[in-house]
Design a protein around this ligand. Sequence first.
Ligand SMILES: Cc1cc2nc3c(=O)[nH]c(=O)nc-3n(C[C@H](O)[C@H](O)[C@H](O)COP(=O)(O)OP(=O)(O)OC[C@H]3O[C@@H](n4cnc5c(N)ncnc54)[C@H](O)[C@@H]3O)c2cc1C
Length: 382
Amino acid sequence: MKAGYITEEHELLRDSLKKFLNKEAYPFYNTWEEQGEIPRSFWKKLGAQGYLCPWLDEKYGGVGADFGYSVVINEEMEKVGTGLIGVGLHNDIVVPYLEAYGTEEQKEKWLPKCTTGEYITAIAMTEPGAGSDLASIRTTASKESGHYIVNGEKTFITNGIHADLIIVVCKTDPQSSPAYKGISLIVIERGTKGFTRGRKLNKIGLNSQDTSELIFEEAEVPAGNLLGKEGEGFYYLMNQLQQERLIVGIGAIAACERMLELTVGYVKERKAFGRTIASFQNTQFKLAELHTEIEIGRTFLDRTIESHMRGEDVVKEVSMSKWWTTDLVKKVAMECMHLHGGYGYMEEYEIARRFRDAPVTAIYAGSNEIMKTIIAKKMDLG
Ligand SMILES: Cc1cc2nc3c(=O)[nH]c(=O)nc-3n(C[C@H](O)[C@H](O)[C@H](O)COP(=O)(O)OP(=O)(O)OC[C@H]3O[C@@H](n4cnc5c(N)ncnc54)[C@H](O)[C@@H]3O)c2cc1C
């Protein structure tokens, strides 16, 4: 069933993006996984074809595309591999902050380069000692004669190695009570004095994604790199996390659909006891169940996307779809790997990589427990 928000133009985009990825991504993806990153040249190619932030206004290099375009781009990237999550993070999570809260001067300086692939972006919230409990971050930014002096450490940062612009979540007022009122967003640029990158992290999945540590030691950032107002950072994060979590749900359902497709193909070919694996009732029931659950997830997700596109507050629905679809992707990965038998455990089969990539979706962008606390609050449970 095609979603209501998908028009002929979206399908045209999908066709041309698929052709592009068939040439520029699929043949190289396994090498990128081995190398532990996607080359910057791929970002430039994405930019040249208009696949980076097409939703931006024309004056910044976009075409004013609606969120349906973002959905298509995220789905097609996910079909190549979850390691391309950094593209969606740049397009639909980080750059939207610059667009929403940047001054005209900041936007003119940064946004056009975000559409060409010249600038890759990241957002740095998590620290070694604070992930879910964001208000307890310890990175500080103190104002001194036209600069912020930033000190602290961030970890698990997607696009951390490639990033040219990083939105760093800092405490500009560490004494503030409640703590979240002292949080501000500061854009730190590549080459800033006192800013270094730590380790590129060795993960069990998303291997082509450059996830890293970032270190700020007396980093000198121009005061003009403050995003929005001092002390408003936490509110900005809460506003933007709706779309971030929606993007994770979109990737999760696309991954489920891909794994189901792979597995249906496999069980129809593979034989045991003189018949196909597909002909066993257990296989049929398992795949029928997964197909049903994926369709349910897709339907709810599409409904939530439509509401988001109408500008409605869907914090509760997004939280529901984020936890449910990412729990589902873990289940689908496990069941589909199992139906591949021993081959499912071998790296040359795509299902093995999908099995490694799936679990993190339930952890990042707010863990699934945090999603449930949001839903419980919306239910007025205290
Ligand atoms: C591959 C990857 C990419 C990432 N990319 C980014 C990025 O680009 N930028 C960024 O800032 N961060 C990023 N993160 C960090 C991610 O958002 C955090 O890992 C996540 O928010 C969880 O924080 P934590 O790891 O500190 O776990 P913790 O907060 O220590 O949580 C540990 C466990 O306790 C549970 N828990 C915590 N609080 C509660 C509660 N109140 N009730 C019930 N259970 C609770 C959690 O659900 C979890 O299961 C990334 C992480 C990974 C693994």
